[in-house]
Design a protein around this ligand. Structure first.
Ligand code: ATP
Ligand code: MG
Length: 402
């Protein structure tokens, strides 16, 4: 391989004046977590400007790049070739790099962070440009709109040459954008929503509503598989499972069918809000997308949101199902999500759910029984699990719950 290193650029981190040292530390940690899993022979290091990975011959660059492209906080990735600083070595490496490229116009851009270097930037550019022109047929120099730019950086330890950058995920390093409690079903959408929030730098806890015996314990295995896949993006994963059967049965006893889903969602959000407060998590998140199903109209969202003052993050809100499915396939959750399972929503699904529910009507149905007691009980009986390295879920004892 021509390339010796990857240089990872921080992007937003460097412009927002945030606590940069802390962010860089978190970013390097999450890069190294991925490397440890997939490329144990590689390690990332950093200085105040960039992170670096020294490459090894046997590594597939394209596979490594695609793993890095998912890590939040990386703006750009540039493969570079390390060179001795003398003109002959620079020429040799410039030709090696440029011969791999397809272009008809190019320019050479030289930076000299080591100002003491005796040869001027102009002289280096002229020499390397001349060598490229003499050795690659049918090309010309275009300093304004080149198809390919050979970047040369002369540092005190060595010179670095590159001619390609790849976009990273952007955003903030894992956990640096705050926390959210993600309502995770077993469907296609909520894992994709989780991935998008991870990419933004959110740290997520997961909350699932189960309705045994109507929903089977196989759902938990499915959730474990989904979370195992998502664990590529977050170090420690906690799943909290709410026993929801009693509340659901009461909803169906006291509510006219078209309002059942709205009331169910309101109860879910009440429970999620109480639990998030308990855990000092300042926001909730869902896989809702506007207009996707009856319970996801804006009127419905209004009636549902009314029970909580917490912000609800809905990263899929403007995506259509095909786009969502594409992302699910890319991140590897799709095949798990489509495994048949009984969600509490599917079991109790009314034939004709209300598409424009009114809050007044919701309050009317909810006045028919004391749901607060059931909410308290449900919160009290939440079981928490921690995802293990092997992808299984370990039940946490109450006092160890975190
Ligand atoms: P998904 O594919 O994520 O299941 P969906 O298209 O099936 O979404 P709904 O069933 O209407 O849509 O659910 C909307 C959102 O509500 C889900 O994305 C999820 O965030 C939350 N949700 C639904 N059911 C549950 C559940 N049993 N436990 C936790 N959250 C749930
Ligand atoms: Mg669902």
């Amino acid at each position: 391989m021509i390339y010796s290193h990857l240089i990872l650029h921080f992007g937003e981190l460097s412009t927002k004046g945030l606590n940069k040292g802390y962010f860089i530390g978190e970013l390097v940690r999450s890069i190294n977590r991925m490397l440890k899993k997939k490329y144990p022979s590689l390690r990332a290091t950093s200085d105040h400007a960039h992170a670096y990975i020294a490459l090894k011959e046997e590594i597939s660059l394209s596979a490594l790049l695609s793993s890095l492209e998912d890590i939040p906080g990386i703006q750009r990735i540039t493969p570079v070739c390390q060179s001795e600083r003398d003109l002959d070595s620079l020429k040799k490496n410039a030709l090696l790099l440029m011969k791999e490229e397809k272009f008809s116009t190019f320019k050479v851009h030289v930076r000299r962070p080591d100002h003491t270097f005796p040869i001027s930037g102009y002289e280096i550019a002229r020499t390397l440009g001349g060598a490229v022109l003499a050795n690659i047929p049918s090309i010309s120099v275009d300093v304004n709109h080149p198809e390919c730019t050979l970047e040369v950086e002369i540092r005190s330890d060595a010179a670095y040459l590159s001619c390609h950058s790849y976009p990273g995920a952007g955003g903030y390093p894992s956990g640096c954008a705050g926390r959210s409690l993600m309502l995770l079903s077993g469907g296609i959408d909520s894992p994709v929503a989780s991935y998008l929030l991870f990419r933004r730098g959110l740290r997520l806890d997961f909350l699932h509503f189960a309705a045994p015996p109507y929903t089977s314990s196989a759902v938990i295995d499915k959730l474990a598989d989904l979370l195992h896949t998502l664990s590529a993006y977050q170090e420690k994963i906690l799943l909290h499972v709410v026993p929801f059967t009693n509340l659901q049965l009461s909803i169906y006893e006291h509510t006219d069918e078209p309002y059942c889903i709205t009331l169910m969602r309101r109860m879910m959000l009440r429970i999620a809000s109480i639990y998030a407060e308990e855990k000092h998590i300042p926001s909730l998140a869902t896989g809702e997308s506007v207009g996707q199903v009856a319970s996801q109209t804006v009127e419905s969202m209004r009636a549902i949101n009314a029970v909580t003052s917490m912000p609800i993050l809905r990263p899929l809100v403007a995506m259509d199902k095909l786009e969502i499915m594409k992302v699910a396939k890319k991140i590897g959750t799709y095949d798990i999500s489509i495994r048949p399972y009984e969600d509490c929503c599917t079991i109790f699904k009314p034939k004709k759910p209300k598409t424009k529910p009114k809050e007044k009507e919701c309050l009317f149905y909810e006045s028919r029984w004391d749901y607060n007691l059931q909410i308290e009980e449900a919160v009290e009986q939440i079981k928490s699990y921690q995802l293990q390295e092997d992808g299984t879920l370990l039940l946490l004892e109450k006092e160890n719950k975190q």
